[in-house]
Design a binder for this molecule. Structure first.
Ligand SMILES: [Fe+2]
Length: 164
């Protein structure tokens, strides 16, 4: 489902003069949690970093560089929108196999991971960062955050594509 959301966002950005490598978005969306299984199995580690290690060891460094940023974005906050922003955002719009709002996603994250005041503080910071990113992305796009679920189901929505 993260890929379905990522596709809608990446295609929208490309359509609006922010060309992205759609294959890179696809691969990183599909593989972004590849490190999770080993982390659970071993009971330690960070699945974003573990994911990059796995992908690097397979020679997939371009994908690893994006996957490692799906929990925390690296680099300058206002750098041009790129593949890692799409993955980061798409991941925050999905809970299990359902497309949700950022508010709903962070309610879920707080219930699941908000065990300590520090964890809640970190999640609140992440939410602020994600809302900032959502505003940046949708300042470019020709649809609204609430349209994403509909566009996943109907990619060529006539009302949104400008067709009569
Ligand atoms: Fe993840």
């Amino acid at each position: 489902m993260v890929w379905e959301v990522g596709k809608v966002v990446a295609e929208g950005l490309s359509r609006n003069k922010h060309p992205l490598d759609i294959n890179l978005v696809r691969a990183s969306c599909l593989l972004h949690d590849i490190g999770k299984y080993l982390c659970i199995l071993e009971g330690r580690g960070y699945h974003d970093i573990r994911g990059q290690e796995i992908l690097d060891s397979e020679g997939l460094t371009d994908i690893g560089r994006i996957v490692v940023q799906h929990v925390v974005l690296r680099g300058e906050k206002d750098r041009p929108l790129a593949e890692e922003h799409v993955l980061f955002y798409a991941d925050k719009r999905v809970v299990h196999d359902e497309i949700v709002t950022l508010d709903d996603r962070f309610v879920y994250l707080e219930k699941t991971y908000g065990k300590t005041p520090e964890a809640i503080k970190r999640l609140n910071m992440m939410k602020e960062e994600t809302l900032f990113l959502e505003r940046r992305i949708f300042a470019v796009l020709d649809f609204m955050p609430m349209d994403v679920a509909d566009l996943v189901l109907n990619p060529l929505h006539p009302a949104l594509s400008g067709a009569p």
